[in-house]
Write a protein of this length. Structure first.
Length: 224
């Protein structure tokens, strides 16, 4: 309609500043939504909460896997006529103490990081990594000791579960060592998560692997 066209023309003139001192044009409807809109780069940055959720789901899935193995161990132990108890190698007890010590050094490293002592953090974090590799070496040595005694994975159900528990846990712990190395070498100046948060998330997984191994070792020892 003519009247409508004139009104629209006046609005356009006002928006382009033709009237002198007009407001700049609005984008995509403007208003409060435009002021509250976050920059495009920020929208792609994940919240640290996502990482906490991710490690929680990972721990739950690993726990369910080992609980299924533990249930199979208990049922097999109760029904097997050929169950021959396996003596836990002494080296396995030593490697267990090494793993517990690694949890202590990891927490020491986190406290150093919290106080801003970056070099002390790297030193203690490195000690944790070394202890993690030492634990794996001890587990391999314990398995070799069993082999020298003539105890193989297929010898009987008890030895089979011992090797399965040890191997599966070592594999998951190796993944934790890889994460420790990542946190130690990552340039967090350009990362989407602070180093302190990454260290905290890693500690959850590492302490979980400690507790899990203690449970598995107790199951093997008392399930004889």
């Amino acid at each position: 309609m003519p009247g409508t066209a004139v009104e629209e023309l006046e609005i356009i003139i006002d928006d382009t500043g033709g009237g002198g001192g007009g407001k700049p044009p609005m984008r995509d409807g403007g208003g409060d939504d435009d002021r509250n809109r976050q920059p495009d780069d920020d929208s792609s940055v994940p919240s640290p909460r996502r990482y906490y959720t991710g490690i929680t789901l990972a721990i739950i899935s690993i726990l369910m896997f080992f609980m299924a193995l533990s249930a199979a161990f208990i049922l097999r132990r109760a029904s097997a006529n050929t169950w021959t108890p396996v003596r836990v190698p002494p080296l396995m007890w030593f490697s267990t103490s090494v793993l517990l010590a690694s949890s202590a050094t990891l927490e020491m490293a986190r406290r150093k990081l919290g106080r801003g002592e970056y070099f002390a953090f790297r030193r203690m974090w490195g000690v944790t990594i070394v202890l993690g590799f030492a634990f794996l070496a001890g587990q391999i040595g314990a398995c070799r000791e069993l082999i020298r005694q003539g105890v193989y994975m297929a010898s009987n159900p008890a030895s089979s579960f011992l090797y399965i528990f040890t191997g599966a846990h070592a594999l998951h712990l190796l993944g934790g060592i890889c994460v420790l190395l990542f946190v130690a070498t990552r340039n967090f100046a350009k990362a989407k998560i602070p180093r302190a948060a990454a260290a905290e998330i890693t500690s959850y997984y590492w302490h979980f692997m400690d507790v899990l191994w203690l449970f598995l070792l107790a199951l093997i020892f008392f399930g004889k």
